[in-house]
Design a protein around this ligand. Structure first.
Ligand code: ACO
Length: 470
């Protein structure tokens, strides 16, 4: 339908021409800094009466953003212009968070101030600790607790939740550091509560990831000192999850933010979206799948055949954007070997199965033809498991990692001049002119009463009534 051609119109760049009902309409082409092209159809409906239909938004750009770039064909991912491989090699999660939120790498001074601010916010308001003393049942899913408590943070910091965007933005720096820090404390305390363990407070002399491991695994009578490589692997997992442009949860955060909602409410909605097994929940599903294969004693063939037959999906495989190897999965597959070595699990059966499964899938025409490669979830779960994290905490770890991205996207929406509420349209496919029938007449066969109801109802002409009867 769209005919995109190069028209050098007064130096303004490309124009896309639509042919519709014998008329032709020109729309400007927006070109991104990496050369991506999008047809700006924002005046389509007012000019033609038509809307576009793109279920799943696979062809729809919902915004222009400066945060993250992905080239799915080439398997490239950049945070604020810096390749993920460079960040993974040189940076930490907290430095990456600063970059993603504020747009530039921090100076030494900025880094120190930011880290201090994150550290100072590590404790929860004491009143919030009551949530871990019986308010939630032991059986509660940690993602459910996380989403609830992130939203409830707004109750404890009312100066950051004013319902006035300008005022909310004045406290943005504090709210961002607070969220980054407390999401980790909430996660660790949820784990402690669910396992009937005493809550462990954060310590002032530990880095971000080490503090998390301390709050998870230290005991009042025994300090937990993780191996450096374990702390680094966890930090790397968080860094690799920091942002991924317009995925389901980030788009949710942006949508909620577009209504004027505060940062806490918006990221809490992001957690709910992330929970689903087709998104962040896939890292849990991968481990369940690998364990199932292990129990069956199968080499993975049965699972692959079931996935090809549409009975199940090979979890941790495929991605809406990546049509080649997810660069994050590549980095993690290498990190996994290191962590297993450190944890003295030289041969982890699940990692062995994962590698075998990848090998099989990548030589199978079904997966080749559909460009299905391992995604970030394929290896992150095996690393998290070897560190000692229970499966139901995996998606929570993803949420901790994604927090910088959600915060940055909230800010982008909140600071956009003339920001619009996100409100897509639809093509209605439901019933038309359905008559209202009074409840006493809704049983089948009571036509006489039905007719009298219909004739009394407003807005329905004889023709509709007649066709209904026929
Ligand atoms: N296993 C088997 N077949 C698959 C898989 C898979 N994991 N993923 C896609 N396919 C097949 C589909 O059946 C479909 O085949 P068809 O053309 O014969 O109908 C084709 O590949 C295209 O699949 P879609 O569902 O249209 O692709 P989409 O882009 O909508 O989905 C998604 C992407 C949801 C990630 C999908 O690949 C999937 O379900 N993967 C498993 C879950 C997973 O790992 N999710 C994590 C994603 S990454 C993240 O959120 C961090």
């Amino acid at each position: 339908m769209a005919d995109t051609k190069d028209i050098p119109s007064s130096g303004e760049g490309e124009i896309a021409t639509f042919q519709l009902g014998g008329k032709s309409y020109d729309f400007p082409v927006v070109i991104g800094t990496e050369g991506e092209k999008g047809i700006d159809i924002s005046s389509l409906r007012s000019r033609t009466g038509y809307i576009t239909l793109d279920e799943g938004f696979a062809n729809t750009g919902s915004c222009q953003s400066k945060i993250t770039y992905i080239d799915g064909e080439k398997g490239r991912l950049c945070y604020r212009g810096i390749p993920i491989e460079v960040m993974a090699e040189n940076s930490t999660f907290i430095e990456t968070a600063y970059l993603i939120i504020y747009g530039d790498l921090p100076t030494r001074r900025q880094m120190s101030d930011f880290s201090q601010k994150v550290l100072r916010n590590a404790n929860l308001h004491e009143a919030m600790l009551h949530f871990f003393e019986g308010a939630f049942p032991f059986t509660a899913h940690p993602m459910s607790i996380l989403s609830s408590l992130l939203n409830s943070l707004g109750c404890y910091y009312p100066n950051m939740v004013t319902n006035d965007r300008e005022k909310d933005l004045e406290s943005f720096d504090d709210a961002a550091a607070l969220l980054l820090s407390k999401v980790r404390t909430i996660a660790a305390m949820t784990y402690r509560m669910k396992n009937g363990l005493p809550l462990i407070y954060p310590k002032k002399d530990l880095g971000y990831s080490q503090n998390f491991l301390h709050m998870m695994f230290s005991e009042p009578y025994h300090e937990y000192y993780p191996h450096d490589d374990v702390t680094k692997a966890l930090d790397l997992i968080l860094l690799l999850h920091s942002d991924h442009e317009q995925n389901c949860s980030t788009s949710t955060v942006r949508m909620v933010a577009s209504s004027g909602a505060n940062l806490f409410a918006s990221v809490s909605a992001g957690v709910c979206a992330l929970w689903g097994p087709l998104h962040g929940g896939a890292n849990m599903a991968v481990i369940k799948m690998l364990e199932e294969i292990y129990r069956d004693g199968d080499d993975g063939t049965r699972f692959i055949e079931a996935a090809k037959g549409g009975k199940t999906r090979l979890m941790g495989f495929g991605h809406r954007i990546y049509k080649s190897y997810d660069p994050r999965a590549k980095i993690l597959s290498e990190a996994a070997d290191k962590v297993f070595h450190v944890m003295r699990k030289k041969k982890d059966p699940l990692l062995e199965i994962a590698k075998r499964l990848e090998e099989k899938a990548r030589s199978d025409p079904y997966f080749i033809e559909r460009n299905l490669y391992p995604n970030v979830d394929f290896y992150s779960g095996t690393i998290l498991k070897s560190i000692g994290l229970p499966t139901d905490m995996f998606t929570v770890l993803f949420a901790i990692g994604r927090m910088p991205g959600w915060i940055a996207h909230w800010r982008e929406v909140a600071t956009k001049p003339k920001s619009k509420i996100i409100r897509p349209r639809q093509i209605y496919q439901g019933e038309v002119n359905k008559p209202y029938i009074k409840v006493r007449n809704r049983d089948a066969g009571d036509l006489q009463d039905y007719e009298s109801d219909v004739s009394k109802s407003e807005g329905y002409g004889a023709a509709e009534n007649a066709s209904f009867k026929a």
